[in-house]
Design a protein around this ligand. Structure first.
Ligand code: GDP
Ligand code: IMO
Ligand code: MG
Length: 429
């Protein structure tokens, strides 16, 4: 197996970072293909916690090559801070970070527009991370975005920046009543100062990746956000602005879908969501609070408390279909150790009728009633369990139930944040 992809099956924060870190050991390249520093991927190594926003989670393995693909939107200052962070923790980033020259740049005006748009939406706001993600992708689709390659040419960059500053100032002032005036010289010189620091990492990652795959090197694609936050198949408009399912890999890397051999999804043993939008299995009671407390469910990027609820297998099954998953890794099983019984959503009722498809509108999804199956809890600590046979019978049954319902195997089960708090039932590579 030479190419493998990992994507979230829920609304993000499933533990992708931990699983990608483990799989990175056998990879040559680890590749982000969409999103930006809205992501917060946590990796715990020997008790030390690292939260990565832009760099792929493989960066903590010495010598592994990390690619930021053309589908990403990149805040250059955030990138530089992360490179410095990697150096501070004793890792050498040189020669192993490759940033696509086709990726788009996030500018200060994107963050202002993100905040202004959220403010105007009021109660209907998405609850974005305010990192400027949506406005940067809006410029990309509107064909006025500035790509990293543009920074190489002074005249091109100056011309595009001047036009954008004017357009954004007008928009902020007249559309959002949000007066901001950007100083061209300041934005230009600051961007160039940061760009020069990362310029050595910038290259044509499309050719790099295709050559690597053609040479039989192992490439691991790391999804950020998740399938239900995907701009096309997610719970629109409460989504992010990129294709954060596996559907985004070809477009976000320039690698043909024919070259992606295996795709695995990650699902938490329960569900969380941060930000607005419908969430059928949400628990606004003491059970939800217990999930939040046991799972430490606070955003890695924004620190916001995450909304918590039971595992929604009906939603995960939609992700299995959309991504054509080869299997689903279950994480945070240990968080369920304290419950007498565990509920799992196996279907939706909409306006009194059981439905056979995941709703395509937020309005419909907000009206569905989850249909639950109740499974017995195990009330035994599973953290540190490393072998399938050491899991309590009820926990094994929970996993078997998930496999039967989804119709795909669970090749790995995670029982704690550390690398070795993992049960590997079969190799993913
Ligand atoms: P990501 O965005 O999908 O990479 O996930 P996050 O890093 O935002 O959130 C997952 C959180 O759960 C992190 O704090 C991880 O350290 C932690 N975590 C991952 N796997 C497990 C697990 O199996 N058990 C527990 N208790 N924590 C886990
Ligand atoms: P990782 O990769 C969870 C959510 C935001 C908001 C919506 C849009 O760590 O799983 P954006 O700033 O992208 O325009 O916000 O998407 N969101 C995430 N939720 N995990 C993430 O990333 C997220 N990235 C964005 O909370 O609801
Ligand atoms: Mg996260």
């Amino acid at each position: 197996m030479a190419t493998l992809a990992i994507v979230g099956t829920q609304w993000g924060d499933e533990g992708k970072g931990k699983i990608v870190d483990i799989l990175s050991e056998k990879a040559d390249y680890i590749v982000r293909f969409q999103g930006g520093n809205n992501a917060g991927h946590t990796v715990v190594v020997n008790g030390t916690k690292y939260v990565l926003h832009l760099l792929p989670s493989g960066i903590l393995h010495d010598g592994k090559k990390c690619v930021l693909g053309n589908g990403m939107v990149i805040d250059l200052e955030s990138l530089w801070n992360e490179v410095e962070f990697i150096r501070r923790v004793g890792k050498n980033p040189e020669g192993r970070i490759f940033v696509s020259e086709r990726a788009h740049v996030i500018f200060p005006y994107h963050k202002e527009l993100d905040a202004a748009s959220e403010k105007l939406k009021g109660d209907g706001s998405i609850g974005t991370t305010l990192k400027g993600i949506g406005p940067a992708y809006r410029d990309k689709a509107g064909r006025v975005g500035i790509r990293i390659a543009d920074l190489k040419d002074e005249e091109t960059f100056k011309e595009k920046l001047r036009w954008n500053l004017r357009e954004k100032e007008l928009t902020l002032k007249h559309v959002y009543n949000y007066p901001v005036s950007f100083n061209f010289d300041e934005v230009y010189s600051h961007t160039m100062k940061v760009y020069e620091k990362v310029a050595d990492y910038v290259c044509d990652t499309v050719s790099l990746l295709n050559r690597a795959i053609d040479n039989g090197e192992r490439v691991l694609f790391e999804g950020a956000q998740a399938t239900l936050l995907d701009i096309d198949v997610g719970t629109y408009p409460f989504v992010t602005s990129s294709n954060s399912s596996a559907l985004g890999i070809p477009a976000g890397t320039g690698v043909s879908p024919k070259k992606i051999e295996k795709i695995y999804g990650i699902a938490k043993a329960y569900t969380t969501r941060v930000g607005g939008g419908p969430f059928p299995t949400e628990l606004k009671d003491s059970v939800g609070e217990l999930l939040r407390a046991r799972g430490h469910e606070y955003g890695s990027t924004t620190g916001r408390p995450r909304r918590c609820g039971w595992l929604d297998l009906f939603a995960v099954k939609f992700s299995v279909m959309v991504n054509n998953l080869d299997g689903v890794v279950i994480t945070k099983l240990d968080v369920l150790d304290a419950f007498d019984e565990i509920k799992v959503c196996v279907g939706y009722e909409l306006d009194g009728e059981v439905i056979d498809r995941f709703p395509s509108t937020a309005k419909e999804l907000s009206r569905v009633k989850p249909i639950y199956e109740t499974l017995p809890g195990w009330k035994t600590e599973t953290t540190h369990v490393k072998r399938w046979e050491d899991l309590p019978k009820e926990a094994q049954n929970f996993i078997r139930f998930v496999e039967d319902y989804l119709g795909v195997p669970v090749p790995m089960v995670s029982t704690g944040p550390q690398r070795d708090e993992t049960i590997t039932c079969c190799e993913l590579w």
